[in-house]
Ligand binder design. Structure first.
Ligand SMILES: Cc1cc2nc3c(=O)[nH]c(=O)nc-3n(C[C@H](O)[C@H](O)[C@H](O)COP(=O)(O)OP(=O)(O)OC[C@H]3O[C@@H](n4cnc5c(N)ncnc54)[C@H](O)[C@@H]3O)c2cc1C
Length: 280
């Protein structure tokens, strides 16, 4: 959604980008179309994306888990990897599982440890700073809007530097979430610490009726960003580190939004790397 000339330019850029990426049915809407579809929204222009949808992340994880198990995978929870040693023929992985120390041997390691992916990469001797693998924690808080939803669709402002901008998501509970905002933190905490004022300020310019609604803190998440405060955009990394002497070690670092949406595609991509470069 665009509320001024700069944002309209940004919208046109996003529209071209979406088309290049093969997103179907994208359409630019003007003020009249927007009012017809979402009477409470104030915007000059909008990209309408009829193929956009929402999922229940827990259910999606259950599905991935069931499929992986059917394909022979074993998921081990409550287990922390604390060290990895490169051997002549693979890796020795050690850690703590349910309070007990363990060591296993692995031919292949796929490092997809989210907020700890840089630490895991460091365990095999990769110079995390030099390679630009250092992860910076960037938190995002959400609020929930109480009462009858003022919108029917997902409503996104033009994106900001650090994230998508505080957007409105009607979720499967039938209510609307606002968020996330984006701010760097030194440590991981999932407590909502932002005040609702910031959320109202941001949303008011495209949803003036926000002030008729009560907001309540909902939940928070932490993004594993590769760019630190004040730095330009850095994209995620998916790399088999064979050229650094680490055959069979694949790094996935800085997998932030839309990492959930992209998870099946990322999985296929990593599987292709495994099949073509590692599998004997
Ligand atoms: C506020 C917020 C909003 C988001 N919104 C969206 C969205 O709308 N759409 C979307 O597609 N994506 C969204 N994302 C991004 C999405 O959540 C992530 O991209 C995705 O979860 C990354 O998945 P992952 O498996 O790489 O990492 P994670 O989900 O972080 O999983 C990493 C796993 O590794 C484990 N681990 C870490 N260290 C160790 C260790 N030492 N030993 C053993 N295990 C370890 C962790 O316990 C965890 O289970 C959002 C993220 C945030 C923070």
């Amino acid at each position: 959604m665009a509320t001024n000339e700069d944002e309209i330019n940004e919208l046109e850029r996003l529209m071209r980008w979406g088309e290049v990426n093969g997103v179907e049915g994208l359409r630019i809407l003007d003020r009249r179309d927007i009012k017809r579809m979402e009477p409470n929204v104030e915007a000059e222009r909008d990209i309408y994306s009829p193929s956009t949808g929402i999922v229940d992340p827990d259910e999606l994880m259950n599905l991935f888990h069931a499929k992986a198990t059917r394909n022979g995978a074993v998921l081990v929870t409550k287990t922390e990897v604390t060290n990895i040693r490169k051997m002549d023929d693979g890796y020795e992985v050690s850690g703590v599982s349910l309070g007990e120390k363990f060591t296993i041997k692995a031919d292949t390691i796929i490092n997809c440890a989210g907020l700890n992916a840089d630490k895991i990469a460091g365990m095999v001797g990769l110079d995390v700073e030099k390679l630009g693998y250092r992860i910076h924690y960037c938190k995002g808080d959400y609020f929930r809007l109480l009462g009858k939803p003022p919108i029917k669709m997902l409503v996104y402002p033009a994106p900001e530097k650090l994230g998508l901008g505080i957007h409105l998501t009607p979720d499967l509970s039938g209510t609307v979430r606002l968020g996330p905002n984006a701010y760097y933190v030194d440590s991981i905490s999932y407590e909502v610490t932002s005040g609702e004022h910031e959320f109202r300020e941001n949303v008011r310019k495209f949803l003036p009726c926000i002030d008729e609604y009560e907001l309540t803190p909902d939940f928070a998440g932490v993004r594993p960003k590769l760019q630190g405060p004040g730095e330009g955009f850095k994209d995620f990394i998916i790399k088999h580190e064979a050229d650094r002497g680490l055959f069979g070690f694949i790094n996935l670092i800085g997998i932030e939004s839309p990492g959930l949406t992209a998870a099946p595609a990322i999985g296929e991509f990593v599987s292709e790397i495994y099949e073509s470069e590692i599998k004997k």
